[in-house]
Ligand binder design. Structure first.
Ligand SMILES: Cc1cc2nc3c(=O)[nH]c(=O)nc-3n(C[C@H](O)[C@H](O)[C@H](O)COP(=O)(O)OP(=O)(O)OC[C@H]3O[C@@H](n4cnc5c(N)ncnc54)[C@H](O)[C@@H]3O)c2cc1C
Ligand code: FES
Length: 272
């Protein structure tokens, strides 16, 4: 799915702002014309007169008339986006990138591994897969955050855990009062992970350090590089494979990714 005209901005109304954690908000956007996207594709979201930046929608690709974008406050633009109020007009361009290979999962298992705000792009994948659970063998979701206050979409965890053929587990890095769940970084949920390994694809999104150690843990567990898809986040400019700012070897992450099969990139420097 590619934008008819990637330069053409689509106006949208900010209809709701959800406070997820002290530093993360979800903006619910209503584009004037629906913006179909595949899970894992990204959009450029902007405030008129301020600027734009890449974000991966966290909502269901099955509902293109409503686009959620979950944003971690890290600098000037994300700070301004956090200050936006319902009713304001914003600008979307896209979608860009390839998106997750959802169709390759027919008859297989999916293992979804998220760290921190990395659960946002994966939520679109989770929704896409929930829409085709009749074709999937099983979906396991492993999610880690530093502490309870930083767990994303906490209101949905029980719902996901209760869906047949879905296994959801969350962990926090250190023990905290009131937390009875698993403690330890997300890789600790992968030791001896209960999935049909030869018949499973793994999707990982999170900070660079988490991507690195999760990949090593998955390889130790016996997964092959071609089973592992990493959401690669690099500074991007054109979003269309033209400016050369986002490459790993011959691949442009904006065009060939941002989710890349590990086997394709593993031998290039600075992957993580
Ligand atoms: C394909 C793609 C999808 C993304 N999806 C999301 C998402 O769903 N939610 C989300 O919160 N963020 C996402 N990001 C990151 C987001 O684009 C940056 O956080 C944003 O551009 C920061 O802008 P700023 O002006 O607030 O910060 P700046 O002042 O520009 O930067 C502040 C700090 O943020 C970090 N940063 C800046 N740009 C990036 C970047 N492109 N990638 C990673 N870190 C960056 C750097 O550490 C920098 O020092 C995505 C990035 C890409 C490339
Ligand atoms: S952002 Fe320009 S080539 Fe990828």
């Amino acid at each position: 799915m590619t934008a008819a005209n990637p330069y053409e901005p689509v106006l949208c109304k900010l209809s709701e702002v959800v406070e997820e954690t002290p530093t993360i908000k979800t903006l619910v956007l209503e584009p004037r014309t629906p913006m179909p996207f595949r899970a894992g594709q990204f959009v450029q979201l902007g405030i008129p007169g301020v600027g734009e930046a890449p974000f991966t929608p966290s909502s269901s690709p099955l509902r293109p008339e409503r686009l959620d974008v979950t944003i971690l406050k890290t600098g000037m633009l994300t700070d301004q986006l956090h200050q936006c109020r319902p009713g304001e007009t914003m600008i979307l361009r896209g979608p860009f990138g390839k998106g997750y290979p959802v169709e390759e999962l027919d008859g297989k298992e999916a293992l979804v591994v998220g760290g921190g705000v990395g659960l946002a792009p994966l939520r679109a994948l989770i929704y896409a897969l929930l829409g085709r659970m009749d074709r999937l063998k099983r979906m396991s979701i492993k999610y880690g955050a530093r502490g309870q206050s930083e767990l994303l979409y906490r209101r949905m965890h029980d719902e996901w855990a209760g869906i047949p053929k879905v296994d959801f587990r969350a962990t926090i890095d250190r023990p905290e009062e009131g937390w009875t769940g698993h403690v330890g970084v997300v890789t600790t949920l992968l030791k001896g992970v209960d999935v049909d390994k030869p018949n499973c694809l793994v999707f990982v999104c999170g900070p660079g350090i988490m991507l690195k150690f999760t990949t090593y843990e998955l390889l130790t567990e016996g997964f092959k590089p071609e089973q592992i898809f990493l959401s690669m986040n690099r500074r991007m400019s054109c979003g269309m494979g033209k400016c050369g700012r986002c490459n790993i070897g011959p691949y442009y992450l904006c065009k060939d990714g941002p989710d890349m099969e590990y086997s394709l990139i593993k031998d290039y420097p600075n992957v993580f």
